[in-house]
Structure formats: structure tokens, C-alpha cells
Design a protein around this ligand. Sequence first.
Ligand code: 5GP
Length: 118
Amino acid sequence: QSPAYDSDNIFAKILRGEIPSTAVYEDDDTLAFMDIMPRADGHLLVIPKTPCRNVLDASPAQLEAVIRTVQKLAVAAKAAFAAEGVTIQQFNEAAGGQEVFHLHFHVLPRHEGLPLRP
Ligand code: 5GP
């Protein structure tokens, strides 16, 4: 069991419109916006609109909605940034590298021989 969802997290504030973000896609269940510290050109984040801490506590419906949007935007971002590949990244709990505790997937367009920025 993961810790309870904390609605003070930064992505919950983005969902409530309390802090700005550069949205690139939205549907009934998911939102995508640009990462504020991009590690690649076109680095974006996909989140469910409903409360969810990470994959460890996601419902099947949340997972399905998010991964469908991730796939859609991976294809779109690869074309938009003339990338040769796409890295999809996801972290769970602090020990797993998670910093913002609302479920999110990173979509990173990649070019041959170009490492991710730190
Ligand atoms: P993670 O939890 O996946 O390790 O990292 C959180 C990600 O959210 C980081 O890539 C970070 O740059 C991004 N991030 C943190 N705060 C904000 C914010 O206020 N706005 C946006 N658009 N991205 C953020």
C-alpha cells in the first residue's frame, strides 16, 4: 500500500489551474504538458486527471487512459521533433526516483547519439 494521495502536489495544482503550465493535449481522462526542466527537446509529461500517486496505486482505468495518451503523444512528438526514437520514463516513490507524487509518464523525443540532459 502506497502512502495516501496528497492533493498539495504541483501537478494537482496544475490540474486545478492554480499554477500555469504549457498544455499540449487534453481529453476527458488525461492531460499532457511540457516539462518545466526539459531533458530533451519536446520533453512532455502525461498525467491522469483523477487523483493517483503513482503506478503502484493506479486503477486499471487510470493506467489504460494514461498509456493510451502516452502512445498518442510519443508518436506525435517523434514526428513533431523529427526524432529517431522516444524514451518513455516513469518513477515510483522517492526511492524509485519520483519527485512529484501524482502519477506521470515522461515522453522524451530522442536523436541518435544525443544523451538526455541532466
Ligand atoms: P519525477 O517525479 O518524474 O522524478 O520528476 C518530476 C518532473 O516534473 C521533473 O521532470 C520536473 O522537471 C517536472 N516538474 C516539476 N515541477 C514542475 C512544474 O511546476 N511544472 C512542470 N511543467 N513540470 C514540473
